[in-house]
Ligand binder design. Structure first.
Ligand code: CMC
Length: 463
């Protein structure tokens, strides 16, 4: 696709031609028309820049707060059809991957583009397994966090701090070096995540057991006490592995956008990944699984649901675990999560809040408000119940999401670095603040009742 498009003063000779991949726009300010090429259902925003009223005009910009209608990159990693509820990694349907693959196999697929053969998988598994340990100093600085520090806050710090242990990670241009850092990040996530949890539970840190699978080792890191060898329950081990697969990538979501944007400054991947973890922490993103459980606890029992749903409809709060920017039908991950829940509850016993969740889903899906706004359960609606049944503290829920998402972040980060069209991410803005005004000395400034801690009630610059 080229950014070039041809301005002309009148419609093309012979009138508009159907079937051409071209957008023709007329600027009513000047009467000039422009043809802008359409490729893959998109036009280049930069093509608008030629639309000017005068020679010194900067040219038109597109305004798209929250990127609701802007593609920020071309990507070959994950495909989502939000209306049809389809999610594929590198072309493979998510339900098939969840049913038939392991998490490390899927992480290889995301980063390499193809599923590994047996030799490639064995080699890759060996590589990840042999990078699970972290420098002893990591334990020391985790010790410095407050006793009740949220493990996501600790994870933001520890992931970023890894850059100081591997200064060679700055050389992102060397493919072998880049891949080594990627392997380290995937390998060390469970270790750092479990250390963060153990710190807040006041428990001694446990070292990785490299005889175990990726998910099995994480269970060991979390739960091993005095027994000489931790034996993970195979059903819970597999369930966790599947949950990691379901979270492994989701195209240009908030945290992936953070990973790509921060990575575009050519910082090392540890620093970029710390930004991604921070983005994931938010309650509208990966923090939603934690909020779902808090919500279900607040609702408490089935008879309280109608009142709660009314409060949501009155705009008092959002129904956590519902709604999605892209999915306007059932989130395919949520469907797969329900299957995992069945398997897990067979081992752990039913989570008593399941009844509340199922009834809440039923009521919401038959309510006009949620139907009109296409609000369906997303991946976070049921995962919290599973994690809780497995014994994970509620604060660990977003951390579990972060472990699963790391291969996706890294695949997207590397794809961005290797894309010759990408540059440092730097959006434009529409300035709505004051025009130039004369400086006033402090004694001449008019006093209002506002203080720093009581900011203006209106958005800055708004009417
Ligand atoms: N409960 C009640 N109303 C909602 C909800 C909800 N969960 N989600 C969206 N709406 C309403 C919203 O008020 C808006 O109404 P109106 O058009 O009248 O203003 C309309 O639906 C569209 O919402 P939006 O905020 O413009 O949609 P968005 O694409 O910006 O937000 C979302 C997507 C996921 C942030 C949002 O649906 C939400 O806040 N959900 C709850 C948090 C949540 O579960 N997040 C996890 C997302 S999935 C995991 C992940 O990938 O992070």
């Amino acid at each position: 696709m080229t950014a070039s498009s041809v301005p002309h003063d009148s419609p093309p000779a012979g009138g508009p031609q159907a079937g051409r991949d071209v957008l023709t726009v007329t600027d009513e300010r000047t009467g000039r028309s422009y043809e802008i090429p359409i490729e893959n259902g998109t036009v280049r925003a930069s093509a608008l820049r030629q639309i000017k009223v005068g020679a010194d005009d900067f040219g038109l910009l597109s305004y798209d707060p929250a990127f609701t209608a802007t593609a920020s990159c071309r990507s070959a990693i994950t495909y989502i059809d939000g209306d049809a509820g389809i999610l594929r990694y590198r072309g493979y349907p998510i339900d098939q991957l969840a049913e038939r693959s392991g998490f490390l196999e899927v992480s290889y697929l995301l980063m390499n583009g193809e599923l590994p053969d047996s030799r490639q998988l064995a080699e890759y598994t060996d590589l990840i397994t042999h990078h699970t340990f972290v420098h002893e100093n990591v334990k020391k600085f985790i010790d410095g966090f407050h006793h009740d520090a949220h493990p996501m806050g600790i994870l933001v710090g520890t992931v970023g701090a890894l850059s100081t242990f591997y200064p060679e990670a700055k050389d992102y241009t060397d493919p072998r070096n880049r891949r080594l850092q990627m392997a380290r990040l995937i390998a060390k996530m469970p270790t750092m995540a479990a250390f963060a949890s153990r710190h807040s539970r006041g428990l001694p840190y446990v070292y990785p057991d490299n005889d175990l699978s990726y998910a099995g080792n994480f269970l060991n890191l979390m739960w091993k006490m005095s027994e000489p060898k931790y034996e993970p329950d195979p059903i819970l081990e597999r369930a966790l592995d599947v949950l990691f697969i379901l979270h492994a990538d989701h195209e240009q979501n908030c945290s992936t956008n953070a990973m790509r944007a921060v990575g575009s400054s050519r910082v090392d991947p540890y620093s970029a990944a710390a930004a991604a973890v921070a983005a994931l922490y938010g309650p509208l993103h990966g923090g939603a699984n934690e909020q779902v459980l808090r919500m279900l606890r607040e609702i408490g029992s089935v008879e309280n649901i109608p009142k709660y749903v009314e409060r949501v409809k009155n705009g008092e709060m959002r129904l956590m675990g519902f709604g999605h920017r892209v999915y306007k039908s059932y989130d395919p991950r949520a469907r797969a999560v329900r299957q995992v829940a069945e398997d897990v509850f067979k081992v752990t016993g039913l989570n008593p809040l399941l009844e509340v969740a199922v009834e809440l889903e039923r009521i919401a899906l038959s309510d006009e408000y949620f139907i009109r706004k296409n609000l369906y359960p997303n991946v976070d609606f049921y995962t919290g119940l599973i994690y809780e049944a497995m014994g994970f503290p509620i604060e660990m829920f977003p951390v579990l999401f972060a472990i699963g998402r790391m291969p996706g972040w890294l695949a997207q980060w590397e794809e961005g670095l290797l894309d010759p069209e990408q540059k440092i991410a730097r959006p434009r803005q529409v300035y709505i603040g004051p025009a130039e005004r004369p400086y006033s000395t402090i004694g001449d400034r008019s006093h209002s009742d506002q203080s720093f801690t009581e900011p203006p009630p209106k958005p800055i610059g708004g009417d």
